[in-house]
Design a protein around this ligand. Structure first.
Ligand SMILES: *[C@@H]1O[C@H](CO)[C@@H](O)[C@H](O)[C@H]1NC(C)=O
Ligand SMILES: *[C@@H]1O[C@H](CO)[C@@H](O)[C@H](O)[C@H]1NC(C)=O
Ligand SMILES: *[C@@H]1O[C@H](CO)[C@@H](O)[C@H](O)[C@H]1NC(C)=O
Ligand SMILES: *[C@@H]1O[C@H](CO)[C@@H](O)[C@H](O)[C@H]1NC(C)=O
Ligand SMILES: *[C@@H]1O[C@H](CO)[C@@H](O)[C@H](O)[C@H]1NC(C)=O
Ligand SMILES: *[C@@H]1O[C@H](CO)[C@@H](O)[C@H](O)[C@H]1NC(C)=O
Ligand SMILES: *[C@@H]1O[C@H](CO)[C@@H](O)[C@H](O)[C@H]1NC(C)=O
Ligand SMILES: *[C@@H]1O[C@H](CO)[C@@H](O)[C@H](O)[C@H]1NC(C)=O
Length: 284
């Protein structure tokens, strides 16, 4: 599905990012919609969508499992031609409670930003919400996309060949998990580099690998000197930073510090820096 979606935010702007992992932060990132597929107010599509979004928000157990603990849920409502396909994905390290909060935020905000759009995706720091009248389950989609680079080098971090290396290791780890998610960290010199990769778990391992590799390939092209960066697609996302931006207690085993080197003592979080946003898909 090669959608051209409307990019609503300005193409390049300065924005402060949370500089460390804040558990309560449902940080809004971006959203897109396909401007050519609208529904009308009070239509069957709208009532199907509203039903679906309220199902998403609810605590109802789906089958034998809790959707917020799993951090992923896909569902449909209605029949063609008013059938709605919808999914959410929470970042793999967030608790069920935080996942639910984020999905709640996303479902209410999406109906404000995109009140009559059939085909929409919204990204938050901790979750993704997407719906469409066209089935996208088990389909790898790398459009629309969002790429943000952290150019605040006051952390002393460097973009290094070890960034893609770390991310590729994370991909291999993610592909061996049912969540299709991995967090990895490593020392680069005395700096700890943190990486995270995740696919929607409805993808095949081949599609997940292709999606993540595509995202990683963009690191070379765009974030040459960036000390942090992320690429977000509807089907997968990656991020790296020189500070712990994910729930560190989730995988507590730190890598061994390099011999002869002292790990950094981080007394205070790095100061807020600037990030540029770039966008590839057509803005038409
Ligand atoms: C929007 O969605 C429709 C229906 O899925 C699709 O055919 C079309 O290519 C999309 N529009 C644009 C401008 O991409
Ligand atoms: C869909 O709705 C948006 C406003 O929400 C409007 O700008 C756009 O022209 C509409 N598209 C169509 C095909 O009616
Ligand atoms: C989705 O909605 C658009 C616009 O209403 C319509 O042209 C298209 O046929 C629909 N696609 C499906 C699969 O129902
Ligand atoms: C939609 O339904 C609500 C309440 O059911 C009604 O107040 C409103 O006028 C309707 N809007 C349209 C455009 O039909
Ligand atoms: C979720 O997606 C999977 C993969 O396409 C599909 O088998 C399953 O039926 C979907 N679940 C729902 C509730 O539609
Ligand atoms: C972080 O992960 C730990 C271990 O899985 C979990 O107990 C805790 O609730 C998580 N914290 C948040 C804010 O998600
Ligand atoms: C809701 O979405 C808008 C974009 O439409 C964004 O500017 C705003 O920050 C979001 N608010 C929350 C609380 O997520
Ligand atoms: C990345 O850096 C190299 C060497 O400094 C330079 O040749 C290349 O043009 C840069 N690429 C981008 C996309 O900035």
């Amino acid at each position: 599905m090669n959608m051209i979606l409307v990019f609503l935010s300005v193409l390049s702007f300065l924005i402060s990012l949370p500089r460390a992992y804040f558990p309560g932060d449902h940080f809004y990132i971006d959203h897109f919609y396909n401007n050519t597929v609208n529904f009308t107010r009070n239509s069957t599509y709208q009532s199907n969508l509203n039903l679906l979004l309220s199902t998403l928000r609810s605590n109802t157990i789906h089958g034998s499992s809790d959707k917020f603990s799993e951090g992923f849920y896909n569902s449909t409502a209605g029949q063609d031609p008013d059938k709605v396909y919808c999914l959410f994905l929470c970042r793999g390290d967030v608790s069920a409670e935080k996942c639910k909060d984020c999905v709640n935020f996303a479902t209410s905000n999406i109906t404000q930003c995109c009140p009559l759009q059939k085909d929409t995706v919204i990204w938050y720091e901790e979750c993704l919400l997407r719906y469409s009248n066209v089935s996208f389950f088990s389909t790898m989609d790398t459009e629309p996309d969002v790429a943000w680079w952290n150019r605040d080098d006051s952390t002393g971090g460097l973009f290094d060949q070890q960034v893609p290396n770390l991310m590729n290791e994370a991909v291999n780890q993610a592909l061996s998990t049912t969540k299709m998610f991995a967090m990895k960290r490593t020392y680069i010199d005395v700096q700890m580099l943190y990486g995270l990769v995740q696919c929607t778990p409805d993808l095949s391992t081949d599609d997940c690998r292709r999606c993540l590799r595509l995202a990683i390939s963009r690191l070379d092209g765009f974030c040459n000197k960036s000390v942090g960066g992320r690429v977000m697609y509807p089907s997968c996302n990656i991020r790296y930073e020189y500070y712990p931006f994910y729930n560190n207690t989730f995988n507590p085993t730190p890598p061994l510090a390099p011999a002869r080197r002292t790990p950094p003592v981080l007394l205070s979080p790095p100061s807020p820096g600037s990030v540029t946003s770039s966008k590839d898909t057509s803005t038409e």
